[in-house]
Write a protein that binds this ligand. Structure first.
Ligand SMILES: C[S@@+](CC[C@H](N)C(=O)[O-])C[C@H]1O[C@@H](n2cnc3c(N)ncnc32)[C@H](O)[C@@H]1O
Length: 210
């Protein structure tokens, strides 16, 4: 079940970058639905983001892009207590928003270059989100901003009552994009969600149903 909230006041059309023909689209769907991840693909993705790391924050930040995450924190019925995990934290565009709000946060990324360009505001761990170095049920909330979805591993590290925050900052034009209904169908077991548009994108918050 997916509940749609009214749009935030600041909704704008995203820039026409990305879109359904972007090469990362196919990777995103293969990872979420077809177990399409391998050491070779991980190395290529890490190299790709290493090469973009220096200019990433300048090109991917600003109020309109950060608006969906801010709106999720405002309207997503999220408890700022407990332990939060940010997957694919990149250069920290989302991390800096989260540290002001949540009690404890661990930021994880595959790319050493992205992590090296992130501010030192939360513990940063270089790891592959398909094989996380954390015990089962270690986190209360997991945040993914424009990040690949590894459904089984995400579900493993989330506490039974845990929540997933899914943000695509350019909406359905985001290169790494899945609509909320597809996230629900990819996650193992039954999940439900609430979603809304804000800024140039959307957010969704999911938890296990029942
Ligand atoms: C599109 S960027 C988004 C970065 C950041 N969340 C933002 O919105 O600015 C995707 C990030 O996910 C990371 N990433 C991709 N695959 C990953 C994996 N398997 N494990 C951890 N991080 C990964 C990349 O290195 C990159 O930093």
């Amino acid at each position: 079940m997916l509940r749609q909230l009214p749009d935030a006041d600041d909704v704008v059309e995203p820039d026409p970058v990305g879109g359904p023909d972007h090469p990362m689209r196919q990777v995103t769907r293969q990872v979420a639905f077809e177990d399409g991840w391998s050491p070779g693909r991980a190395a290529k993705v890490a190299d790709l983001f290493d090469s973009m790391a220096a200019g990433w924050t300048a090109d991917h930040s600003g109020d309109v892009r950060v608006a969906p995450l801010r709106d999720a924190l405002r309207r997503g019925d999220l408890d700022p207590g407990g332990c939060w995990l940010e997957l694919g934290s990149g250069t920290g565009v989302g991390t800096v928003e989260l540290v002001g709000t949540v009690e404890r946060l661990v930021a994880v990324d595959l790319s050493a270059g992205m992590l090296a360009n992130a501010p030192d505001v939360a513990p940063r761990v270089r790891a592959d989100a398909s094989v996380l170095p954390f015990p089962d049920a270690a986190f209360d909330v997991a945040v993914l901003v424009n990040m690949l979805l590894f459904p089984a591993e995400l579900s493993r590290v989330l506490a039974p009552g845990g929540k997933v925050v899914w943000v695509n900052t350019l909406g359905d034009r985001t290169p790494i994009h899945l609509p909320p209904a597809d996230v629900i169908s990819a996650l193992p077991g039954g999940w439900r969600g609430v979603t809304a548009k804000a800024g140039s994108g959307f957010w969704a918050v999911f938890d296990r149903a029942g």
